[in-house]
Design a protein around this ligand. Structure first.
Ligand code: GDD
Ligand code: MG
Length: 358
């Protein structure tokens, strides 16, 4: 058995209100939960058993994924009563592992779309007999991530989680949230308390002179933690920029039961959810309409998420915004620049009449 642990217990605060009812890894990008995208790629890499480390809204995972038989893997659940942090969650999930002490175990942050070659990462880890191997990626602005400088042989020198001062930005290589652990190393993480793998476990392994490797590549990589990155990730999947085996790249993806009027325009990787509708003369650009959402005539939705069964009224403009489930944006309103509307909120139609009403 080849096993992986998925860390899916975070609150997804930066994606509220979408994460009020649905934990971040179960949000759909291009119509499929992030976790499912990950499991499908893991399965192709030979992983056949997945332990989901859940805490926040654990029930949603079990309802959506069951025992994994639909996905061709065995899924088991390690539910934390209180969130144990990334390291604590890995230790907690380890109780369900069947791997032997020297076997490699993959561990993934549950909010990342990645094209990394998992099989090669695991093979390299085993060949090097490392304690841990980390996938690293390069980003323009590393401040939101964990910085991981390496020596010329790929040996990790240091961890700097979320650096705050310019002097701390010593590299553009960051922790891509995908690790391969030697199983026995997981067993050394203290159990029953909150542990950060980034701030505690990794630095301790370095201090103990264990071999911690970093593997940098140029594969597609995106953390979906913010609304902007969430819509980008979905669009990248639809457009074929992010890896999605079996998907035919397209300018827009209309899921089963979704409909787009002949005079409407949907583009830039937009995903129109199941039963969602885009009415005449409306425009949807680089956005995600969740299931049952509707965009009424002449409205414009750009780089935004429209929640399940939410309504964007006629001629309204929604740009760089997140609309909660079942909310209603009355006709003629304009929402821009990071606006967030909570579920069930109703914004009245504006009284301004447009020429189309004259
Ligand atoms: N089970 C469980 N319990 N999971 C958790 C917990 C917990 O207490 N806390 C966080 N997680 C999960 C989240 O659900 C998410 O999938 C993953 O762990 C990482 O948490 P984030 O909150 O998304 O962390 P981040 O994005 O700020 O930073 C992490 O990821 C970056 C790459 O995306 C760190 O690992 C950084 O070092 C890294 O660069
Ligand atoms: Mg994240």
């Amino acid at each position: 058995m080849r096993e992986a642990i998925l860390l899916v217990g975070g609150q997804g605060t930066r994606l509220r209100p979408l994460t009020i009812a649905t934990p971040k890894p179960m949000l759909k990008v291009a119509g499929v939960p992030v976790t499912v995208h990950q499991i499908e790629r893991l399965r192709s890499a030979g992983i056949d058993r997945v332990i989901l480390g859940t805490s926040y809204r654990a029930d949603v995972f079990a309802e959506g994924l069951g025992d994994g038989s639909d996905l061709g893997v065995e899924i088991v659940y390690a539910v934390e009563d209180e969130p144990l942090g990334t390291g604590g969650a890995i230790r907690h999930a380890a109780d369900l592992l069947v791997s032997g002490p020297d076997d490699p175990v993959a561990v993934l942050n549950g909010d990342v779309l990645s094209g990394v070659d998992y099989a090669a990462l695991i093979a390299g880890h085993v060949a090097a007999d490392a304690a841990v191997t980390l996938h690293l990626t390069r980003v323009d602005d590393p401040r939101r991530y964990g910085l991981v400088p390496t020596d010329p042989h790929g040996r990790v020198l240091e961890f700097r989680e979320k650096p705050t001062t310019p002097e701390e930005i010593v590299t553009d290589q960051i922790n891509a949230g995908c690790y391969v652990f030697r199983r026995s190393v997981i067993d050394t993480i203290p159990s029953g308390r909150v542990v950060s793998v980034e701030r505690e476990t990794f630095p301790e392994l370095l201090a103990a002179d264990e071999l911690v490797r970093g593997v940098v590549d140029d594969a597609y990589w995106l953390d979906l933690g913010t609304p902007q990155d969430f819509v980008r990730g979905s669009a990248d999947l639809v457009l074929g920029r992010a890896p999605w085996p079996g998907h035919e790249p397209a300018d827009a993806l209309v899921l089963e039961g979704g409909s787009v009027a002949g005079s409407a325009r949907v583009s830039a990787g937009s995903c129109i959810g199941r039963g969602a509708t885009v009415a005449a003369d409306a425009e949807v650009v680089g956005s995600v309409l969740l299931d049952g959402a509707s965009v009424e005539s002449g409205a414009r939705v750009v780089s935004s998420v429209v929640g399940a069964d939410a309504v964007v009224g006629a001629t309204a403009v929604v740009e760089d915004a997140v609309i909660g489930d079942r909310a209603r944006i009355g006709s003629g309103n304009e929402l821009r620049g990071g606006a967030r509307i909570w579920p069930d909120v109703e914004l009245a139609d504006t009284s301004i009449r447009f020429s189309t009403d004259a």
